[in-house]
Design a binder for this molecule. Structure first.
Ligand code: AMP
Ligand code: ZN
Length: 113
């Protein structure tokens, strides 16, 4: 198991765990790009968005819901935040385990890439 996010889920790599349930796990990004920068991942190792099956699609809705609850906890739900899923090399995906970034706590640039 050489996936760093799978190792974080298994507790083999340290992380600041913010939420977990049967399907989803969330922790603070090690290299934050804003005052709040969290990472929300499925517990199942799905490499990328393009590997998501139709059956697994509801997972994304669940991750969006978890992100909303975490944004509330972080006190940034009202001011606003950004959810981003990078997909593939040109999409800026570095870790090959599907993940959603939750970024907020400052005015974000309108530029996306
Ligand atoms: P991406 O570029 O979309 O693949 O994003 C990967 C994210 O994972 C980056 O924002 C990294 O800072 C973050 N990251 C990598 N390793 C760790 C780690 N051990 N703990 C927390 N976040 C991490
Ligand atoms: Zn993994």
């Amino acid at each position: 198991m050489d996936c760093i996010f799978c190792q974080i889920i298994a507790g083999k790599l340290p992380s600041e765990i913010l939420y977990q349930d049967e399907e989803v796990f969330a922790f603070r990004d090690i290299s934050p790009q804003a005052p709040t920068h969290l990472v929300i991942i499925p517990k199942k190792h799905i490499p990328s968005l393009i590997d998501l099956t139709g059956e697994e699609l509801p997972l994304i809705g669940h991750m969006v819901d978890v992100a909303y609850k975490l944004a509330q906890k972080e006190g940034i739900a009202e001011s606003g935040y950004r959810l981003a899923i990078n997909c593939g090399p040109w999409g800026g995906q570095l870790v090959p385990h599907l993940h959603m970034h939750l970024i907020g706590g400052r005015q974000l640039s309108g530029r996306l890439g």
